[in-house]
Design a binder for this molecule. Structure first.
Ligand SMILES: NC(=O)c1ccc[n+]([C@@H]2O[C@H](COP(=O)([O-])OP(=O)(O)OC[C@H]3O[C@@H](n4cnc5c(N)ncnc54)[C@H](OP(=O)(O)O)[C@@H]3O)[C@@H](O)[C@H]2O)c1
Length: 294
């Protein structure tokens, strides 16, 4: 049996949907079962609660051999490590006690780069990977660059003003990825019982693009001028504080975008296995354009 955490998240709902095509024995942990896609909800067992809770995870993973692990955002956390390792620790203890054999977790690019140690949320994500790897349960971290889907949060300025904002240096060429491709990599790993030990698998779009390049692609696909406007680091941090985020998490977000501007996401070489089929242009055609034209 396979357990899926965060089945209502952007990635988790795609993991669940695609896993159910080939594997029927699935349990999910959800705070509210009604938020799971109705067609998928009928086909799974739901354990209600948070996967940050030891007892919930212990109940859900009874008899499970593999778990999909996704840490939810915690804008109020008192530190970035509390948000990632602190959230993971109780569930990890539960998974160990239940004899779970394999975990596939959502993580971030950057390991081995000189920026990794001071990369805020990403540094904390990599520390969480180490924590899981040290548990002795076989682990694959699915290491992601920034999601193309993050741009969906900016549909309104794209539609109304032909602009979007980035605190990452808009001229730095970077890989990106579509959440659909993250889900496909995760499902492949969940269904493969041939791997052991700990390691990672990156999810990289076919080419590196800067945010300026992305604006040019959006201009063609949307048929209207789109430009990227840079937000400075201080304004970026203050905008999160203004929305109620803790000082530590706002600083962690800012440290992360600074590290990305300086090369955090440029350390992973493309291979046939880690390069996805979805280009940014394809993602714009399939996802962004319908959202902007809604
Ligand atoms: N965005 C990026 O560019 C990027 C890059 C690399 C890695 N990541 C990582 O990707 C992950 C986010 O993935 P995503 O965008 O797919 O997530 P998401 O869409 O933001 O969804 C998070 C889900 O977590 C659930 N949730 C919130 N608080 C919870 C709690 N206390 N306990 C249990 N569940 C809770 C929410 O569901 P309910 O409200 O239904 O419970 C929500 O559906 C993070 O770990 C992030 O670090 C992101």
């Amino acid at each position: 049996m396979i357990v899926i955490t965060a089945p209502t998240s952007s990635i988790g709902k795609k993991v669940l949907h695609s896993l159910l095509d080939s594997y029927p024995d699935v349990r999910v942990i959800a705070r509210d079962a009604n938020r799971i896609e109705p067609a998928d909800r009928k086909r799974v067992t739901v354990v209600e609660g948070s996967h940050g809770d030891l007892e919930v995870v212990a109940h859900a993973t009874e008899g499970a051999h593999a778990v999909f692990w996704l840490v939810p955002p915690n804008p109020k956390a008192s530190s970035v490590d509390e948000a990632y390792s602190g959230f993971t620790r109780p569930g990890l203890a539960a998974m160990r006690s239940q004899g779970v054999r394999r975990i596939v977790g959502i993580s971030a690019l950057g390991r081995g780069t000189e920026q990794a140690g001071s990369a805020g949320l990403v540094a904390a994500t990599l520390a969480m990977d180490d924590l899981i790897a040290e548990s002795g349960i076989a682990y694959r971290a699915v290491t992601c660059p920034s999601f193309f889907d993050n741009l969906l949060r900016q549909v309104q300025p794209i539609r109304e003003k032909g602009m979007f904002f980035s605190a990452v240096d808009p001229s730095r060429k970077l890989p990106g990825c579509a959440t659909q491709d993250i889900a496909e990599t995760s499902v492949r790993l969940l269904l493969d019982d041939g791997w052991t030990g700990s390691g990672h698998e990156a999810v990289l779009s076919p080419e590196d693009l800067s945010f300026e390049d992305m604006a040019a692609v959006m201009t063609v696909v949307l048929g209207k001028s789109v430009k990227c406007v840079r937000t400075d680091y201080d304004a970026y941090k203050q905008q999160f504080i203004g929305r109620g985020m803790s000082e530590a998490m706002a600083q962690g977000m800012t440290d992360m975008v600074r590290a990305k501007s300086e090369g955090l996401d440029n350390g992973e070489a493309r291979t046939g296995q880690n390069t996805t089929r979805t280009s940014f242009r394809q993602w714009c055609e399939d996802v962004l354009k319908p959202a902007v034209n809604e």
